[in-house]
Design a protein around this ligand. Structure first.
Ligand SMILES: C[S@@+](CC[C@H](N)C(=O)[O-])C[C@H]1O[C@@H](n2cnc3c(N)ncnc32)[C@H](O)[C@@H]1O
Length: 435
């Protein structure tokens, strides 16, 4: 494997603490910045070891270790407020909006697919920034998202007097290839490939903030958790009818919950009293099951968050769908086209990272990704087709089918994390198809 990969360290200096922590302006920022730096330093040895294991072995072999903080991610230095002028929606605040805009800004974007439309925050910024756009497709499985997105996009197109005809489809992104085939009848340029594709995974604020959808740990509602209301399985079906072992597996694998055995037992026992039907019943059960364990309120809330995450992943079959869809999206790209993915938890991010690595080196050839000793060559210099202004590209991984433009994921700026809590766990990874 070592012989087949080329890792390139780009020379963008990230080394000063000032740059790394995005200290740009007011002294009032220095407190949270230092607090955050201290918090990062205090990550336990155990969790460091776990994260290290998760990293792809082949990557690890070739990485020149600078320090852990630089290794794990690239903190965005984008100004947050400046970007927010793109977006005035009251419904869902798009995460890493400016960073996503930057990913596509150097490309002539004649065609674009937003796989996770939501309230069209990202889509609106892309449409606004690319008047050359001839074919736009937005997909989502949630009708509430469609209503919001349609209103935002229509208003934008009207205000800019654009003649773009958007295709908004109530479809799962796993069907992206057939969607491209269908829309190509109308929009001929898709047959040569799509210039840009975005996936912003996870839930929208419209979903989380509506207790009736069942996603919220704190507000009471039915145990539903379907993003697509046409789907047949709800969270309550899993809890009340699925085999005991399957319930345990979901908690263990999708929630990474160490107390899964105990919780599985309690959930199965609850079936004898009529089962679980509301989020508050599930929350009470978790609170009871974690009673006396360390962490107090924070302890059970964290457990509940993991259990809710596990159920949501299972109900929507999120992880299986993701890996297959990443391959499908990449296949839809035009040479030089880019796929950007924002993930919100480590299970998703691991799939994105590992699938990108698989994608760039696989196609039955002899796996001939050029090898280079880490740190010696600058891929940016070799790739003179990459715009010098694309400063967000720091380290790339070159394969025979494409280039991973974010060897380390980009994470939100400190300011965005402070102003939008939902952005805290976000990670952005980008891949480009070979030109
Ligand atoms: C985080 S939100 C997207 C927000 C959007 N980027 C914006 O700026 O408003 C994620 C959206 O993806 C949708 N979604 C999740 N999984 C999906 C899938 N497999 N296919 C299509 N849409 C999906 C959800 O219904 C939700 O509306």
């Amino acid at each position: 494997m070592a012989k087949r990969m080329m890792y390139c360290w780009l020379s963008t200096p990230l080394s000063t603490a000032k740059q790394r922590f995005n200290i740009k302006t007011a002294p009032s920022f220095s407190r949270p910045v230092l607090a955050s730096a201290r918090a990062e330093r205090s990550i336990s040895t155990a969790s460091k070891k776990k994260k290290k294991k998760e990293r792809n072995k082949s990557v690890e072999e070739l990485v020149v270790v600078k320090n852990d903080k630089e290794k794990r991610r690239t903190r965005s230095e984008k100004e947050y407020e400046e970007l927010h002028s793109f977006h005035e929606t009251e419904s869902h605040v798009p995460v890493m909006l400016g960073e996503v805009v930057d990913v596509f800004s150097s490309l002539p974007l004649r065609s674009f697919i937003d796989c996770t439309l939501g309230a069209a925050g990202h889509s609106s910024a892309i449409i606004k920034g690319h008047p050359e756009l001839e074919c736009y497709i937005g997909m989502d499985v949630d009708p509430v998202a469609h209503a919001k997105a349609r209103a935002h996009i229509d208003a934008l197109l009207q205000s800019t007097r654009s003649s773009l005809k958007p295709h908004l489809l109530f479809k799962n992104f796993k069907y992206i290839k057939s969607v491209v085939g269908e829309i190509d009848d109308d929009c001929k340029l898709l047959s040569s490939g799509v210039d840009g594709i975005l996936m912003d995974l996870g839930m929208s604020s419209m979903q989380v903030n509506n207790p009736q959808r069942g996603f919220s740990v704190l507000a009471n509602g039915p145990l539903d958790m379907r993003m697509d209301p046409r789907a047949s399985v709800k969270a309550k079906d899993i809890l009340n009818y699925w085999p005991d072992d399957e319930v345990g597996r979901i908690l263990r694998e999708y929630g990474e919950e160490s107390n899964w055995r105990w919780l599985q037992k309690k959930i199965v026992q609850a079936r004898q009293q009529g089962g679980l039907h509301s989020t508050s019943e599930l929350r009470d059960l978790i609170q009871g099951a974690t009673h006396g364990t360390k962490g107090g309120r924070q302890g059970w809330i964290k457990t509940a968050t993991r259990v809710f995450q596990a159920l949501r992943i299972a109900v929507n079959d999120e992880l299986n769908t993701l890996e297959k869809s990443l391959h499908a999206c990449f296949e839809c790209l035009v040479p030089g086209g880019r796929l950007a993915v924002i993930s919100f938890h480590s299970l998703e991010d691991r799939i994105v990272k590992q699938t990108f690595l698989k994608i760039i080196e696989s196609n039955g050839g002899d796996g001939d990704v050029v090898e280079e000793e880490a740190g010696k060559r600058d891929l940016r210099k070799m790739r003179n087709d990459i715009d010098a202004k694309e400063t967000w590209i720091r380290q790339m991984v070159q394969g025979q089918n494409g280039t991973i433009l974010t060897k380390r994921p980009i994470t939100p700026s400190e300011e965005e994390e402070r102003l939008n809590r939902r952005s805290r766990s976000a990670k952005l990874r980008v891949i480009e198809k070979i030109r």
